[in-house]
Design a protein around this ligand. Structure first.
Ligand SMILES: C[S@@+](CC[C@H](N)C(=O)[O-])C[C@H]1O[C@@H](n2cnc3c(N)ncnc32)[C@H](O)[C@@H]1O
Length: 271
């Protein structure tokens, strides 16, 4: 059963902080994607692999009080945090459930199913999508925001420290189970029977040394270090992770470089 595999990056406090930081960075990209795909007022939406609920809350704001969003995650810990955040913000049109997708007793007839950084964690993303699509009404939407982690992070003028971290993350992320499916989202959608689709990319640009995006990259390098080590990927020692963030900022300031982070895969289809 697919949903039974665990989330390789874990649920430590540091990972939860990294996901919150990441969510802040990705929010405008996800929001543009959801709106462009046609998410709108009154829709009933499923957010697959909702984590701490950032995408769920974003979608809840788009569908408004006449719509509703259900965030589902296999981790009870993150669902607890998502519920707490929704309640603190007094969001009345979002609910959360613990489930290992695609097993989802009673979840059906959605107008849209959405997800960010979830396919990359599935051992068989095509089978996962085919099963998930069963809970969407005909004519409904599927919207996926994924990363293309093997696309190189670039700096201009080039910085060695940035080339090193880009290379390290590229090699480590190659061990995520669904990475190929995200990098060839066209094929993944095709094989899942999703023909009426649109696919485009966005790239976050880190323009100044104070950017919070640098914290995102630094915390990602720390998160991926155990996965890298388990798979014999070298490079963590060269990066000197405890000092990486500050040295990156200093190098960027000195060289006047700007950086491009991972390619963001934006894909949606009508079912
Ligand atoms: C990288 S996090 C992304 C969280 C959230 N979508 C966001 O962008 O903020 C991936 C999340 O998907 C969840 N997940 C992965 N596969 C899942 C599955 N088959 N069923 C339920 N949750 C899953 C993990 O537990 C984790 O919380």
């Amino acid at each position: 059963m697919q949903g039974e595999r665990s989330y390789l990056l874990g649920y430590s406090e540091a990972e939860i902080r990294r996901l919150l930081c990441q969510a802040e960075m990705l929010r405008p990209i996800t929001e543009r994607l959801l709106k462009r795909a046609g998410l709108c007022e009154g829709m009933r939406v499923l957010d697959m692999g909702c984590g701490m609920g950032d995408v769920t809350l974003l979608a809840a704001a788009i569908v408004g009080p006449t719509g509703f969003v259900v965030g589902v995650d296999r981790s009870g810990e993150t669902i607890g945090l998502a519920r707490q955040r929704a309640s603190e913000r007094k969001v009345g049109n979002a609910g959360f459930e613990v489930a290992a997708l695609p097993d989802m007793e009673g979840l059906k007839d959605f107008d849209a199913v959405i997800g960010r950084y979830v396919l990359v964690h599935q051992p068989d993303p095509v089978a996962f999508l085919r099963d998930i699509l069963k809970c969407v009404k005909p004519g409904g939407l599927i919207v996926c925001h994924e990363a293309y982690p093997r696309f190189p992070i670039c700096s201009s003028p080039p910085l060695q420290i940035w080339q090193d971290v880009g290379e390290f993350l590229r090699k480590a992320a190659a061990h995520l189970p669904g990475v190929d499916a995200c990098e060839d989202i066209q094929q993944t959608f095709e094989q899942s029977g999703l023909r009426k689709r649109e696919i485009y990319y966005e790239i976050p640009v880190i323009q100044h040394p104070q950017s919070e995006l640098i914290e995102w990259v630094a915390s990602s390098a720390r998160t991926f270090a155990p996965l890298a080590e388990a798979n014999g990927v070298e490079g963590a020692a060269v990066l000197d992770l405890p000092t990486f963030e500050q040295r990156s900022r200093d190098a960027m300031r000195k060289a006047g470089s700007h950086l491009t982070a991972w390619l963001q895969v934006c894909a949606w289809a009508i079912i």
